[in-house]
Structures are given as C-alpha cells and as structure tokens.
Design a protein around this ligand. Structure first.
Ligand SMILES: [Zn+2]
Length: 299
C-alpha cells in the first residue's frame, strides 16, 4: 500500500515537471522565433538601393498619382524602409516618401568578410599595373574586344578591393593612355611597394586555348607572391588553371619589389571571353587577388 502511494506520487510529480518543462520550451521557442523575425525584418529594412535611371520621381504616396516632392539622380543611394506593391518607402529630406522599385537596384556590399573592412593592409603599398593602353591595345579578341580595355576595368576593381582593406594603392595608369614598360618599372621602384601586380589577358592563334596563369621572374618573394595569388585565384576562377610559370617579363625582371604578372584568361577563346567580361568574374578575381596579396603579406 505504501509502495503504491509512493509510485503514484512519483508519477504525479513527474507529470507536473514535464508540463512545466514543456511550457518553458514553448515560451523559449516563441521568444526565439520572435527574435529571429525581428533580426530578419531589420536586415531587410536596412537594404541599400541605388537609382539606375537618370532621374527618378520621389512621391508622397506609393502610386503614380502621388504628388512629386522631389527627384533622385542616377547613382543616388537610399535605404528602403518598407515596400508596398512595387514601391519603396524612403527617407527624403527628413520625410517619408516613395519611389518606384523598378528603377532601383540593391547595392551589393563589397564583401562581407570582416578582413575586407578591417584595414588589414593599412600599412602596405601595392602597385597595380594595368598592361598596355593608348596606342598599345594589347591583344585583340573576338568582336574586336581590346585587351587594354578589359585590363583597365579589372585593374580598377582590384584597386577598389585593395583600397577597402586600407592599402595604399597606386595604379600605373587610370585611363586609356600609353605608359612605357620602363615608366611602369620606375613607378614601382620609386614607390617601393610591398607588392607589384601587372594585369593582362592572354591571346593565342588557336581558339581552343584558354585559362589563367600567374608569372614570376625571381625565386623567393616573387614566386611566393605568385603562389599565394594563384592559389587564391584557383579557388575562385572556373577557367582552366594553367599554373604558376616563370618568365622573363621586363616589368618583373627590373622590379625591386615582389612582382607578378597575371594573365586572367584568353580573349581569343570565346568561352573565356564570355566569362571574363562578366561583373561576377571581375569582382571575383579582384577579391581573390586581394586575398592572395593579403596572405602573402600577413601570413
Ligand atoms: Zn598583355
């Protein structure tokens, strides 16, 4: 009898414990969900957008019949507060206003990796050398695409990424002008950068030859820099990996700093050419090269 009572109490109290426990779990889950929802909403509401048309009306209500209270120009950015059937609410001169969502696009953060915004390379100088330029077009690819033009776009992207790490970046040319090889060497040897990277695209008489490769001249730091950048590129780039090669390029041979020359694809190969002209590829290689330089300098 005593035993029975004991067991009864035991089960009874266990049942209560279970109920309290279940309630706690339910409450915890509820707050967890609430918290997650709040974070998601906050992240979505914090999105930055850029105007992609020359002029965009700002209206007082989310409709084309809303009163025009101002205009935004191409390239202007704003934070979306909320959205309503094709319209984004924004802060405009301290007031809530609306713009049509068709004429804006989200601004992609440059890179979410912490290192890119941490000023990791703030003590370093990098010379980025966009090959060719002006009267020297470099290689000529399909559809008359000029090596010098793609090089400049890519090099500016690389400079942007390097800048975002805090590095002091020097470009040997920033527009379509001719710069001699000796001038490029002089720019490097005068500024004594921690790394010199020459950017090129390749060409060949046979259309099926494609891929990317990295050149160095001297063993030691040139080779080390080449390996670091190339390893990083290989993780990012889907073109054929032609490896790290030694060659006697003037900008490398007479350079007093660790120097490499990178060929980022063949403009005479139609597949390579399609890929290398995409924004995705350009940003990808810029990120990878920056990462490779960072590893070379810091690790
Ligand atoms: Zn070239």
């Amino acid at each position: 009898m005593d035993n029975l009572k004991y067991w009864h109490q035991f089960f009874y109290s266990k049942e209560i414990t279970m109920k309290v426990f279940q309630n706690l779990i339910a409450m915890f889950s509820f707050f967890l969900l609430l918290h997650m929802f709040a974070i998601t909403t906050e992240a979505k509401n914090g999105d930055t957008y850029e105007v992609i048309v020359n002029s965009l009306h700002v209206r007082d209500s989310p409709s084309t019949t809303g009163e025009i209270i101002g205009t935004l120009q191409k390239g202007n950015t704003f934070t979306k507060l909320t959205e309503k059937s094709g319209w984004y609410q924004i802060n405009y001169n301290g007031e809530k206003a609306w713009v049509a969502s068709n004429y804006v696009q989200p601004v992609e953060p440059l890179q979410d990796d912490i290192f890119f915004s941490s000023g990791a390379l703030s003590d370093y100088t990098i010379v980025v050398d966009p090959g060719h330029g002006g009267k020297d077009p470099g290689a000529i690819g399909h559809n008359g695409v000029l090596e010098k033009d793609i090089i400049l776009t890519t090099s500016k992207k690389i400079a942007d990424y390097l800048n975002s790490t805090g590095a002091n970046v020097i470009l040997t040319r920033t527009n379509d002008k001719f710069v001699s090889l000796d001038k490029r060497i002089e720019i490097s040897n005068t500024n004594k950068p921690d790394a010199f990277i020459s950017i090129h695209y390749n060409s060949f008489s046979m259309e099926n030859v494609g891929g990317f490769n990295t050149y160095y001249y001297s063993y030691g730091s040139d080779l080390e820099l080449a390996n670091s950048i190339h390893t990083s590129l290989a993780e990012e780039v889907n073109l054929r990996n032609r490896g790290v090669l030694r060659d006697d390029y003037r900008v490398l041979r007479y350079n007093n700093s660790p120097a490499v020359l990178i060929e980022l694809g063949f403009i005479t190969n139609s597949n390579d050419l399609l890929v290398i002209q995409t924004e995705e590829y350009q940003s990808g290689v810029a990120k990878a090269i920056t990462n490779g330089i960072k590893k070379f300098l810091l690790e």
